[in-house]
Design a protein around this ligand. Structure first.
Ligand SMILES: [Zn+2]
Length: 221
């Protein structure tokens, strides 16, 4: 499959944020995003593997891949961007709150203050999302809204991760809330396990490979 590379914006430090799309004028798109949190290489790796495979396939389903939204954070192994902001607490939702009780969860001075999120919002406006899959890592689970429930349950058949509609603690200003309330599209926050002594990046990809590939294969029309 041929992808068109686009620069969706720049980070605080001026690094380019890249996106890849397989169609230019579709009605709506599936988004695959990783590296929102720079200290979660698991999602970046899994999306990299999936992207390599997608390039060998041919789908009519329109989609956009954003391999790393927060390259500044990834380069320094930091959850937050170069302004120290948690990009997944900075979306302009009605529950956005400037209070935060953990250092690495700073929501920013105001909603949508960060260039990485502004860039992503511009892409959402140009290429309407129907489903967003955002790869993170923590405890393995598929956190989805009702619109993304079917895909979460489908993938769970392969990786046996639990499907939840709430991560278990409040996440004001998250992309999950923004997608549900404002964009009104499907959102799957795909929590992978973290790399550990007993689990490598490769093994994390392997336990997700079949479910992700099959999900795309079953959509071929
Ligand atoms: Zn994360």
């Amino acid at each position: 499959m041929q992808y068109k590379a686009i620069t969706i914006g720049q980070t605080v430090r001026g690094q380019e944020i890249l996106g890849y799309l397989n169609q230019d004028h579709a009605q709506s798109y599936i988004y695959l995003i990783a590296g929102v949190h720079g200290d979660e290489p698991e999602g970046v790796f899994v999306l990299e593997q999936l992207f390599s495979w997608l390039k060998t396939q041919n789908f009519s389903t329109s989609h956009i891949i954003i391999p790393v939204l927060n390259p500044d954070g990834l380069a320094t192994n930091n959850r937050v961007n170069s302004n120290g902001v948690d990009l997944n607490r900075n979306w302009p939702t009605t529950d956005w709150a400037k209070e935060h009780n953990k250092e690495r969860y700073f929501p920013g001075p105001k909603p949508l203050s960060e260039p990485e999120n502004i860039a992503l919002l511009k892409v959402f406006e140009k290429y309407k999302p129907k489903l967003i899959i955002s790869f993170h890592s923590w405890q393995p689970m598929l956190d989805c809204n009702a619109r993304a429930r079917e895909i979460a349950e489908y993938i769970a058949q392969f990786n046996n991760y639990k499907v939840v509609n709430d991560i278990g603690y409040p996440t004001p200003g998250s992309l999950g809330t923004y997608a549900e309330k404002v964009l009104q599209c499907g959102i799957l926050t795909y929590e992978l396990p973290e790399v550990s002594e007993t689990k490598s990046l490769k093994e994390i990809w392997q336990e997700n490979e079949q479910g992700l590939k099959n999900y795309f294969l079953k959509m071929i029309t």
